[in-house]
Design a protein around this ligand. Structure first.
Ligand code: ZN
Length: 281
């Protein structure tokens, strides 16, 4: 089936490549061109890439803004704060900014202590919530918003193959979560994080049609695999300014994530890093 969207399907290995590439090369890759620096594949899963310079990549794909009467153009996923600021106009982020995103909740066991930790250090975070996790945990979801944090749409049921679902089903995954998050918290998510970071041309179009911005990440400690507190801690301590960090409060026992964040947040702040909100309203 031909697709008018000029974004190739992105499988997990390809995603590692995308995250390893400079933004301008990643843009070319998403646009269908061959990567120009394949040698950077090595170490993609363990070496965080430096944030691209502000002039490293041109605006690509447009943002969520649309012209009345015209369908929204698919945007390429946001991997870094520089990507985000190109897609969502606003004041420049501080030079030492990083963003913390927390996926797969809300969870009544793990979300509250994470909220307490964030409050202690005055750190804003973006919680990427699964609709059917909000269901039954409404008060936990509301506590996230009441604490001043942002909420993103992370699908209704976290289907691992969302990039391959028929568009109507993918659309329902997004809209059902959107409705549940809004009816529970009063907040309409403007960002959509695909389960597993899976993207495809079809999903890109569906996301655009759903009027949400595709959000990825630039630093993944793989905390959901429970690799040990030291692994998660060291991976997050390797963060560089401009990165979007990924952690989880749902999907299982998140004690390792919580323990790592207790070390990482004050350590990064002591280094002069500033946690910023992804302020899409
Ligand atoms: Zn997830």
């Amino acid at each position: 089936m031909m697709s008018p969207i000029r974004i190739p399907e992105v499988d997990p290995r390809r995603r590692q490549l995308l995250r390893a590439l400079p933004a301008v090369a990643a843009t070319a890759l998403l646009a269908g061109a061959a990567p120009t620096r394949p040698a950077r594949l090595g170490g993609a899963t363990t070496t965080p890439r430096a944030a691209p310079s502000p002039s490293a990549a041109p605006p690509a794909g447009g943002g969520p803004a649309t012209t009345p009467g015209h369908p929204p153009a698919p945007a390429r996923p946001v991997f870094t704060l520089a990507d985000y600021r190109r897609a969502v106009p606003g004041p420049a982020f501080p030079a030492n900014a990083v963003a913390l995103t927390i996926d797969d909740g809300p969870h009544p066991r793990w979300t509250p202590p994470i909220l307490q930790l964030l409050e202690r250090y005055h750190v804003p975070a973006l919680f990427c919530m699964i609709g059917n996790q909000v269901l039954g945990h409404e008060s936990t979801a509301r506590s996230v918003v009441q604490a001043g944090h942002q909420v993103a749409n992370h699908s209704w049921s976290h289907p691992s193959r969302i990039a391959h679902l028929p568009p109507a089903m993918a659309h329902q995954e997004i809209l059902r979560a959107q409705d549940k998050i809004y009816s529970t918290t009063g907040h309409t998510p403007k960002l959509f994080r695909s389960p597993g970071g899976a993207w495809s041309p079809s999903l890109a179009r569906t996301v655009a049609d759903s009027r949400v911005l595709p959000l990825d990440w630039s630093d993944d400690p793989r905390d959901w695999t429970r690799p040990g507190v030291a692994h998660i801690t060291n991976r997050l301590l390797a963060a560089r300014p401009g990165q979007i960090l990924l952690c989880h409060d749902g999907g299982g026992d998140r004690s390792q994530t919580l323990a790592a964040l207790r070390t990482v947040i004050p350590a990064l702040q002591a280094r002069g890093y500033q946690f910023v909100a992804l302020d899409a309203h």
